[in-house]
Design a protein around this ligand. Structure first.
Ligand code: PLP
Length: 860
């Protein structure tokens, strides 16, 4: 029989143990081993049985045991210490509190969060990154207020059929059994969010609060009695359902999320966010809701748009065009038009924000960029690819000026680094832990210390993998008698390669299978064997991905290799931690440049693992020739099959001739010196870069603080500057067709220009209806390529010499000839206003109709 409803009855803790409740309900335990040690002590057997889930622990532990602990002086002392430590963590000033003019609060929106395995509200990299972002923010005291959805069935858990086909199970999560509390107002009534839908329907939600260290995370949940059945299911699954379902989820996240924030701030006195950070397009409707708020009180649509844009940061996470979030325009029209329209936010304006080249499509990423003054990708290479992908939004500007920057992802060390390593670092290099400084100190740690910890982590992985392997085979129908081989599967002394990630086709899960004979030889090499651990989930609707998993599983099922290559089902944070800690080598072979950043290799590096990867995402930026291995890419090869073949061959060669040689090259004392040298170099070169703390500081300094300054500048004085800016922008956009670079002349260098000389440049600009103060006239100059294109130009602001009554203005400047060879220049005019963040921002530019400049030293 199945229950028709389930819920969790919470334990009442004896008053002496009240602090235990506090510790359980702050997810800081998930990266604080001292706290989980204490949980384990409550009842070690139960703690193991519930899979290290403290809420489940309190639900399962025998009340008699709790009464016993309530009288245990030693336990109570430790509990008091842990509670004190948490209170101090929550309140002491940290890095952020040393800054001036930083934002009072920052709202962070993401459709998924990977905080802990016990809160399965993530599917992959985006969610894990969001979780690490919140944890690092908490550690640094960055006042983030996060928003997401609570999925009643989370993301699926994965198992395999006897044939190796992925099976999906959706856990049924009861919020009462999770470390969450319901947001209630002063009278104790649950806060209720309502969003109007077409046909007089509405979507209702309640709000759960998870406490991630210092960061509150608000999770909207549509499973409430006011909803009809369809609306109740809006938050049923992460990335399940069709387009309509996705629109409902995104409405709830964006529009509902802002409403939840308003309620939370009002009830708790939390400062209102000055900056709104939206991750990927999914949360983009938050900008519309904020425009609605401002237009209902005092501003026009255009004025509100400027005020909102100033305080919005948009991060794009995918370089795969198919990964961009889009809706049919008529769905948006139905949602935001007709009888459900917001009176002050015309639906035509909304449609225009998401319009793309293909008619009838509403593009959430493009709307995100139009609603955010600051936009970034997640690695340098991804920034570059994004500028190319979205350049049409800023026509006339060169790629390097497309205002999309980049902040490379990072990972939260206390979450991902093996405890033994954290403790060694704490002992030998305390400044690493306190201040994330002093990575050179890694040189002082002895080879034998590093090697013994690496061996220990590898052994733990092998043991855990055997347990999982046995479970998986049993789920697939094998009996224990058939599984005796599992006891000897894998080997704690063999070179261990890990490959774990979601399974979209660009990640090429099966590249290693390209030449099965070669792979077999590597695995079974009598002197230098290799073992490979693989994990990953395919999206439930991705049949192609499931086929790839099946291919891997079938290979790994073969009797001669099954002790050296294993597929471990159900890749989640817990399995991820084991793998990144225990593997010697972390393999990544995406199709360049489709991996925006990737983070699992960073986790491996922090644990002393070595990366073996295609130069994509973060690895393109930080591979230095000796901190791991770069698999050569066959980027230029058009035939994908041929490309795979070339890259796979390169991969086998690297493993055979570089990786395993180094690993098995042992000194008389048994230590692989050359390997350890590389581990040390990995830690010192990558350690400081890959930390989520570095990422957070970059976000704060480069994006959040400037965005807060812009938002303040526009909202001060009852939004007078926003009104002025909007009026200026409309006037400039209207008059811009009248702006022309009419005439450019140069003198001062004679027939044979020499480096070091300067060119006197004069330009006449037709201003049309504009004033000189509305624009900036610049000379762009530098080396030119074969088609006269300026390669990486410098800019020089030209000075106004005078203006005529006929609307023409004269400008002059001295261009230094600072490089030899082919040199060129041109002159351009762009709008200029102190509140703009980048010259390309409004997408307006005037260039000479005829190209000007000179090449090879010849003026033309
Ligand atoms: C780190 C992590 C990811 C993201 O890894 P990528 O390198 O970006 O593929 C995905 N899932 C889990 C469980 C992780 O721990």
């Amino acid at each position: 029989m199945r229950a028709i409803r389930r819920f969790t009855v919470r334990t009442v803790l004896p008053t002496e143990l009240a602090a235990l409740g506090e510790l359980v309900h702050n997810l800081r335990w998930s990266w604080h081993p001292e706290t989980t040690d204490l949980f384990s002590e409550v009842d070690p057997a139960v703690w193991e049985r519930v899979g290290h889930d403290p809420v489940a622990l309190l639900g399962a532990v025998d009340p008699a045991r709790l009464r016993q602990l309530a009288g245990d002086r030693r336990f109570l002392r430790r509990l008091a210490d842990a509670a004190d430590d948490l209170r101090e963590y929550m309140t002491a000033p940290r890095w952020y509190q040393t800054l001036n003019e930083a934002a009072d609060a920052i709202a962070y929106f993401s459709p998924e969060y990977g905080i802990a395995a016990a809160l399965p509200q993530y599917s992959g990299g985006l969610g894990i990154l969001a979780g690490d972002h919140l944890k690092a923010a908490s550690d640094l005291g960055v006042p983030i207020l996060a928003v997401g959805l609570l999925y009643r069935h989370g993301y699926f858990t994965q198992s395999l059929s006897p044939e190796g086909w992925q099976l999906e199970h959706y856990p049924s999560l009861d919020p009462g059994g999770l470390p969450l509390s319901l947001l209630k107002d002063e009278e104790g009534t649950a806060v209720h969010i309502r969003i109007g839908l077409p046909d007089h329907r509405a979507l209702h939600a309640q709000v759960w609060v998870a406490q991630v260290g210092r960061v509150p995370l608000l999770l909207l949940d549509s499973d409430v009695a006011d909803n009809d059945a369809a609306a109740r299911d809006v938050t049923d699954r992460l990335y399940g359902g069709g387009t309509d379902h996705r629109l409902m989820q995104e409405l709830l996240l964006g529009v509902g999320g802002v409403r939840a924030i308003r309620a939370y701030c009002q009830i708790t006195g939390h400062p209102e966010p000055e900056v709104f950070h939206t991750n990927e397009g999914h949360a983009g409707f938050l900008g519309l809701e904020r425009i609605r708020e401002l237009t209902e009180s005092r501003l026009t649509f255009d004025e509100a748009l400027e005020a909102v844009r100033a305080g919005t940061v948009f991060t794009t996470h995918t370089p795969v065009p198919a990964g961009i979030d889009r809706f049919p325009s008529d769905m948006i029209e139905r949602q935001f038009g007709g009888d459900n329209a917001w009176p002050t936010v015309p639906v035509e304006r909304i449609l225009a924000l998401g319009a793309e080249q293909e008619p009838g499509r509403f593009n959430m990423a493009i709307m995100g960029m139009r609603l955010a003054q600051r936009v970034n990708g997640v690695s340098e290479l991804h920034g570059e690819v994004s500028r190319e992908m979205f350049k049409e939004l800023w026509p006339g500007f060169d790629l390097h000026e497309v205002p999309i920057g980049s902040i490379t992802n990072g990972v939260h060390a206390p979450t991902w680094v093996g405890r033994e390593i954290m403790e060694l670092a704490g002992r030998e290099l305390p400044s690493l832990i306190d201040k994330a400084q002093g990575w050179e100190g890694v040189q002082k740690i002895s080879d034998s210390d590093i090697w013994s910890i690496r061996g220990h982590l590898r052994e733990r992985l092998v043991e855990a993998a055997r347990v999982r392997l046995r479970r998986s085979w049993r789920d697939r129908g094998a009996s224990d008698a058939e599984l005796t081989w599992v006891d000897d599967a894998l080997d704690p002394d063999v070179l261990t390669i890990g490959f774990a990630r979601r399974v979209p086709s660009y990640k090429r899960l099966t590249l290693m299978l390209r030449d099965p004979v070669r792979l077999r030889e590597l695995l079974l090499d009598p002197d230098k064997p290799v073992q490979i651990l693989i994990a990953g989930k395919a999206h439930p609707a991705d049949e192609g991905g499931k086929k790839l998993i099946q291919q891997i599983v079938r290979f790994a099922d073969e009797e001669d290799v099954r002790h050296r290559i294993v597929f471990l089902p159900d890749y989640d944070m817990a399995l991820g931690q084991l793998l990144v800690q225990g593997c010697d080598v972390w393999l990544n072979n995406p199709l360049r440049p489709l991996e925006a950043s990737g983070t699992s290799g960073m986790k491996s590096a922090l644990n002393g693992g070595l990366n073996l990867s295609i130069r994509d995402g973060w690895w393109d930026e930080w591979y230095d020739g000796t901190n791991g291995w770069a698999i050569p890419t066959a980027d230029g090869v058009a035939d994908p099959d041929r490309r795979d073949e070339l890259e796979a061959a390169a991969l086998y060669d690297l493993i055979e001739h570089e990786v395993s040689d180094r690993f098995y090259d042992r000194a008389p004392d048994g230590l692989p010196r050359r390997w350890l040298e590389m581990v040390r170099h990995t830690l010192t070169s990558l350690g400081p870069k890959v930390l989520a703390g570095r990422m957070l500081r970059d976000y704060v300094v480069d994006l959040y603080t400037p965005a807060a300054a812009s938002a303040r500048a526009l909202s001060g004085d009852s939004f007078a500057p926003a009104k002025a800016f909007a009026a200026w922008r409309l006037r400039v956009a209207k008059a811009w067709p009248g702006v022309r670079v009419e005439h450019v002349e140069s003198s001062g260098v004679g027939d044979t220009p020499e480096v070091g000389a300067a060119l006197d440049l004069r330009a006449t600009i037709a201003l049309g209806e504009l004033e000189p103060s509305d624009l900036l006239v610049q000379a762009a100059y530098g080396k030119v390529g074969p088609h006269d294109e300026l390669l990486n130009p410098s800019y020089l602001t030209m000075t106004l010499e005078g203006a005529n009554d006929d609307g023409k203005a004269h400008y002059a400047g001295k261009v230094p000839l600072d490089s030899t060879g082919a040199f060129g220049y041109t002159v351009r005019a762009v709008p200029c206003q102190p509140l703009m963040a980048a010259p390309a921002e409004l997408g307006l530019i005037a260039l000479p109709e005829e190209p000007v400049g000179m090449t090879n030293g010849t003026l033309r």
